[in-house]
Every structure is written in structure tokens, then in C-alpha cells.
Design a protein around this ligand. Structure first.
Ligand code: ADP
Ligand code: ADP
Length: 228
């Protein structure tokens, strides 16, 4: 699904964020990206949904050279990828229902299909009863579950999460991880950058460790491995 060959990223200010990274991620994998702050994790994630592009090397998503897509082709790429952030990024003036429906309205889905799909994902994240509430009426964990619902309502084949539990207390973080685990069980590829040692060590999946822009470790069912 993702194939990186000799991918480097040098920002305009001269900072090298990724150095000659080679990597394959297959459909249906669950991958944790770990590493110290500034290691290049966010840059790596941003490349997948074309927020950043490689300075050199090849970054293929389903065989497509993502860095070479024209601007008008980017929406089509992003429809196949659900993105979840640490700070949720919900629209405060829209209800829970509207926040999730928005992703379908922009692709021109009809009203009854939207209703059906939104209620299905709200059911999956167990927040159907909050559909009329606004984001600021929800807890952090609930807001994150809504942002997950929004990310998966288009049925993307890849879900990317950048520190999704970073703003949550430990119990809530585990609840959020259960949701990702369910998404993974349904066959969606999940790539998650995280600093949450306990989660990585208990919910075992492939671990990619990045340091100084290089992949320094790649293990099946690996451990977090860094001292904080
Ligand atoms: P991480 O997510 O692991 O903390 P990042 O990918 O955010 O790492 O950053 C990797 C390196 O690239 C850091 O040195 C960071 O300061 C730098 N960097 C990230 N984004 C930019 C940017 N937009 N412009 C310049 N440098 C950046
Ligand atoms: P995180 O590790 O949580 O991703 P960062 O501090 O690396 O946080 O990045 C926060 C934001 O600032 C990102 O959008 C990144 O692109 C940008 N950024 C990071 N470092 C730099 C930098 N040296 N110059 C410009 N923008 C940067």
C-alpha cells in the first residue's frame, strides 16, 4: 500500500527531517511510529496525505507517486485516507452529526446515504446519542471519537493518526485505542505516531522507530523501546 524508496525531506530552512527512508507498509497492517520529538514522525505522516512532499526519492501510495500528484488530484487521494490529530480539529460551530456528515457532503453523497453512514459510524464510536451536541459539550475522549468517526465515514483504506491519545488521560486513551483496534480488525490499515509507551507495549503491533530522520528499528509486534 505504501512504498518509500530513498525518501528524503529537507525543509526550506535547511532542516533535514527524513533521510533516505526505505519502507513498505502492506494493506491491513497496524504500524506504530515511535521516536523522540523532532525525529521526523509528523513529516512522515504528512507525506502520506500530501501535506508535505519528498525532496527526493519515491513515495508510492497504491502505486501512485504521491509527490507528483497535481493539486486537483489531491482531494481524490485524501478521500482514501482518514487523518486523526492530537487536537481533534472538529468544527466548533457544527454539531457532532454535522461534523461527520461534512466529509460526505463535500463528496456529493445524497442525503439518505449520508444519514445512514453517519449513524453507522457514530454507532461504531458509541456516540449516537450525542449527535445533536456541539464539540465543546463533549469530553476530550468523546471529541476524539467524533474525529475518528469523521475520518472513517468515507471508508478510507488507510487511517493515519498523529498522537491521537496525546491530550487524553490514560483510561480515555485506552478507550480510543479500542476504537482503532476495531478499525484495524475490519481490515483498514492504521499508521499511528505515538509517545504512549504503555499502549505500544501492551497492544502489540509493528513498531517503526524513527530517530534523526532515519528508520532505526522495524519490528513485528515490537516494543516502544525508548526511555522518556
Ligand atoms: P516529530 O513529529 O518526530 O516531532 P517532525 O517531523 O515534526 O518530527 O520534525 C522533524 C524535524 O523537521 C524537526 O527538526 C522539525 O523542527 C523540522 N520541521 C518540521 N516541520 C518543519 C517545517 N514546516 N519547516 C521547517 N522545519 C520543520
Ligand atoms: P509535533 O512533534 O507535535 O509534530 P512540532 O513542533 O514538530 O510538533 O511541529 C508543530 C508544527 O510546527 C508542525 O506543523 C510543523 O510542520 C511546524 N514546525 C516544526 N518545526 C518547525 C520549524 N523548525 N520551522 C517551521 N515550522 C516548524
Amino acid at each position: 500500500m505504501i512504498k518509500m524508496q530513498q525518501v528524503s525531506k529537507i525543509y526550506p530552512n535547511g532542516v533535514t527531517a527524513l533521510r533516505e527512508v526505505n519502507l513498505t507498509i502492506n494493506q491491513g497492517e497496524f504500524v506504530y511510529i515511535v521516536g523522540p520529538s523532532g525525529a521526523g514522525k509528523s513529516t512522515f505522516m504528512k507525506m502520506m496525505y500530501r501535506e508535505e512532499r519528498p525532496t527526493s526519492g519515491s513515495f508510492l501510495f497504491k502505486g501512485i507517486e504521491v509527490g507528483k500528484l497535481k493539486n486537483r488530484q489531491i482531494p481524490e487521494l485524501r478521500r482514501q485516507i482518514g487523518v486523526i490529530f492530537q487536537d481533534f480539529k472538529l468544527l466548533p460551530s457544527l454539531t457532532v452529526y454535522e461534523n461527520v456528515a461534512f466529509a460526505l457532503e463535500v463528496v456529493g453523497e445524497d442525503r439518505s446515504q449520508i444519514r445512514k453512514k453517519v449513524l453507522e459510524v457514530l454507532d461504531l464510536v458509541k456516540l449516537k446519542h450525542k449527535e445533536r451536541n456541539y464539540p465543546d459539550e463533549l469530553s476530550g475522549g468523546e471529541q476524539q471519537r467524533i474525529s475518528i468517526a469523521r475520518a472513517i465515514v468515507n471508508r478510507p483504506s488507510l487511517v493515519i493518526a498523529d498522537e491521537p491519545t496525546g491530550n487524553l488521560d490514560p483510561d480515555t486513551a485506552w478507550e480510543i485505542m479500542e476504537v482503532f483496534e476495531e478499525i484495524y480488525r475490519r481490515g483498514t490499515t492504521v499508521v499511528m505516531a505515538t509517545h504512549n509507551r504503555d499502549i505500544v507495549n501492551k497492544m502489540r503491533h509493528r513498531v517503526l522507530a524513527i530517530d534523526g530522520g532515519k528508520i532505526v528499528r522495524d519490528e513485528e509486534k515490537g516494543m516502544y523501546g525508548y526511555e522518556v
